[in-house]
Design a protein around this ligand. Structure first.
Ligand code: NAD
Length: 426
């Protein structure tokens, strides 16, 4: 078998997000002893699509937006992964996020491969009508990429159930039928699953409790800081608070707050709800700098907003004992060794935020089955799945004498390697 590739680690720029994926993949592959024949497949995404989307803006002018979708792997099932709207969306970011989805679905033991998509746009500056036209144009352009048994999108940064309903409508129009399983994270009542909206935050909470148990720490005596107050951050903060954890710092792109006595998370949620979803102007704590949240004097740090925020320099100053990666890719590879040397346990993104895709899978199952579960049932299945994934990753970390991050990659590699070898079609 030839092992020639167009994409090697060495060919990537230092700052590339896909580099961050390959860096961890290479470390895990070496420790686990992955064959180069398998590694080479994983280094090269299966399909990358880029489209131009001309949209009539409310002003009457046409603007053209760039849309992306990468299918990294369908080895273990249809590709699964969110759609992100933001000005930083680009080929490299989507490619990296799609690869993480391959590993995340494998860690969560789901019958899925990995995909990711996005549109380079600033959704905060667009009207609802413009966003609907853009989302539907994107779906028409991707109508042959998406499919209930091919590639299944979901919400990510800048998108929510509203955009998923538009995607479903556009897909149904093209394919002349009703295909609810083509997208997950839909509104409940349109085939969405109870518990999906809060699932990623719930997974962060379950992972936090599991990790605290390993460290023999009582949640009721623990403090936390949560960066990001969107879908993942706000739900994680609320659920951690409900478990008795004192959340002393929260923040979003408009404000960062600190309160030694613990922030009243329900008050923050109620405030954000009537304030365009943001924390600016909330008086539940003193304002601090964004960066100070990451290095705050707390036990648990939950980065749940952006990628690449925990750099080597920040890592040196982190005081938390535990980092639960709610966001995708919040830690740069160069910071890994600093955190490891400091003895900080990092529950990596591909495990910590896998609650969302787990309940997306449950939504897809319910759509295909045409039978819907109670929220209690969804949460129960989610928690069991999360605990099982946590234990597998923890045990592989111990077995291979490595970090939880590399333990998670090894867990994923074992499953994907099996799929690649079993298919035998190279
Ligand atoms: P979201 O759009 O709902 O919220 C993003 C949050 O980040 C907002 O509160 C925003 O204000 C904040 N933010 C943006 N820039 C910031 C900055 N400079 N400093 C501090 N905060 C900033 O997005 P989300 O769905 O919560 O996603 C957050 C992260 O979690 C992303 O990395 C995403 O890929 C990941 N994730 C999301 C899901 C999901 O189900 N939504 C699942 C897995 C992973």
């Amino acid at each position: 078998m030839t092992t020639k590739t167009n994409t090697t680690t060495a060919e990537h720029k230092e700052s590339s997000m896909f580099d961050a994926v390959l860096a961890r993949l290479d470390v895990a592959a070496k420790i686990y002893g992955l064959s180069e024949d398998v590694a080479i497949v994983l280094r090269n995404p299966q399909k990358q699509v880029k489209v131009s989307l001309p949209i009539m803006m409310d002003s009457g002018k046409i603007e053209v937006f760039e849309g992306f979708r990468t299918v990294h792997s369908t080895i273990l099932g249809p590709s699964k992964g969110g759609i992100r709207y933001g000005m930083d969306v680009c080929d490299d970011e989507v490619k990296a996020l799609s690869a993480w989805m391959t590993f995340k679905c494998a860690v969560a033991n789901l019958p899925y491969g990995g995909g990711k998509g996005g549109i380079k746009c600033d959704p905060r500056k667009m009207s609802v009508g413009e966003l609907e036209r853009l989302t539907k144009a994107y779906t028409y352009a991707m109508a042959d990429v998406f499919g209930p048994h091919k590639d299944v999108p979901a919400p990510d940064m800048g998108t929510s159930a509203r955009e998923m309903a538009w995607i479903l409508d556009a897909y149904n129009t093209v394919h002349r039928g009703n295909f609810p399983a083509v997208v997950t994270g839909k509104p409940v009542g349109m085939g969405g699953s109870l518990g999906r909206e809060t699932a990623t935050g719930r997974g962060v909470m379950v992972a936090t409790l599991a990790a605290l148990k390993k460290l023999n720490l009582d949640p009721k005596k623990v403090t936390a800081a949560v960066q990001g107050f969107g879908n993942v951050g706000a739900n994680a903060a609320r659920l951690l608070h409900e478990q008795g954890i004192k959340v002393c710092a929260i923040g979003d792109h408009t404000a960062t707050l600190w309160n030694e006595k613990g922030i009243d998370i329900n008050a923050a949620l109620a405030y954000a709800k009537t304030n365009g979803g943001v924390l600016k102007g909330f008086h539940g704590g003193v304002e601090i700098k964004n960066i100070e949240l990451l290095t705050a004097n707390v036990d648990v740090l939950v980065p749940a907003a952006l990628q690449n925020v925990i750099t080597e320099e920040i890592a040196v100053n982190i005081k938390a004992k535990l980092i639960i990666e709610g966001a995708n890719g919040p830690t740069v590879p160069e910071a890994d060794h600093v955190l490891q040397e400091k003895g900080i346990i990092v529950v990596p993104d591909i495990l910590a935020n896998s609650g969302g895709v787990t309940v997306s899978y449950f939504e897809w199952v319910q759509n295909n089955y045409g039978h819907y579960w109670t929220e209690e049932e969804v949460n129960k299945r989610h928690d069991e799945s999360m605990h099982s994934a946590f234990d597998h990753v923890w045990n592989n970390g111990q077995k291979y004498k490595t970090t939880m991050r590399i333990g998670a990659y090894i867990t994923a590699l074992m499953k994907v390697e099996f799929g690649i070898k079993a298919k035998g079609n190279y």
